[in-house]
Design a binder for this molecule. Sequence first.
Ligand SMILES: Nc1ncnc2c1ncn2[C@@H]1O[C@H](COP(=O)(O)OP(=O)(O)O)[C@@H](O)[C@H]1O
Ligand SMILES: [Mg+2]
Length: 364
Amino acid sequence: MSSEFKEQIWAVLRTVKFPGMSRDVVSFGFVKSVEASGGSVTVDLHMATANQAAARQIQEDVDRALRAADGVEEVVVNMKVAVPVKPEQAQQQAVMQDPNLIPGVENVIAVASGKGGVGKSTVAASLAVRLAQLGHTVGLLDADIYGPSVPIMFGIQGKPRIDGERNRILPFEKYGVKVMSLGFILDTDTPVIWRGPMVMKAIEQMLADVVWGELDFLIVDLPPGTGDAQLTLTQRVPLSGAVVVTTPQDVALIDARKGLAMFTKVDVPVIGIIENMSGFACPHCGETTNIFKHGGGHRTADLLKTPFLGAIPLDPKIVEGGDNGVPIVVSEPEGSHADAFRKVAEAVLRQVAKNAEQPKLSIV
Ligand SMILES: Nc1ncnc2c1ncn2[C@@H]1O[C@H](COP(=O)(O)OP(=O)(O)O)[C@@H](O)[C@H]1O
Ligand SMILES: [Mg+2]
């Protein structure tokens, strides 16, 4: 009886459409759980969108549809929105963002840096592998138009296969991570001069036209800097948050601050700062030398009231792993660097969960 009632509730939910679209909220994957017994119904909705107006509308529509259904006496509709935005930006972003771009992806996390060469791709790749090792389903999207390096870091060559039936791109899969890179598509010998719209088109294709499937996390390796491309991307994709990678020198930290300011401007929550190349532990004598100072990332994080997610030491083995296509978290999963990346991954998980607990829409 109760399972029949539950089925009936699911059927009602399938009649509720996304505002202005023909698809229903169940097929979008917004319905996280349904509890139904003895006439009382509790539905949890979860949306990764900056479009608050649509979220509110859906919450109301679901509530109304359920109340009108046979045998329903009490209704509670919880709505969780993964990306909090300021009301004045909701409208602007509503136009830009498409909730259907990657419907099966729970959390999109951007890895960014103020400048190149600070180890952003290394961190993005290691974080993706680490999260997969911790049992999550993970994708890695290399969106670095200036120098896509994920193909080399994962040791993947060639063009991705196409799913003929659906005419969509199948991502590579390695070390438990689904991988897609601009490097698989671009001709490596031809430099590409990107203009804003081209970047957006390419990024959009790598999101919408790739069979990502159901993912707990999609890690996006962003181009370095804080230009238009990054800004547009962060507005187009519903991000759970951004991780900013920096090195301990003051110059790098100034850039990291610019990166943080960019995310704040577009209301993308900052997950925190990672300090990379933080001290060199000599393999011979064991002593740690702080080549680029020490603790700058931590200080910047404190100063900007942003979580500090951890420090990754400088180690030639990381370079080797990157060049050989076997990240250090794969070759030495029990080693001290893998441990540093594990701590960072756990800090990211904690912070994402914390951010998700503070939605702008809870029960309206
Ligand atoms: N903690 C580290 N220790 C030693 N080398 C590192 C470390 N992190 C990154 N590298 C190396 O620095 C270079 C730049 O890293 P990369 O991840 O490509 O940076 P970005 O994506 O920011 O340009 C690569 O050769 C990489 O192997
Ligand atoms: Mg890179």
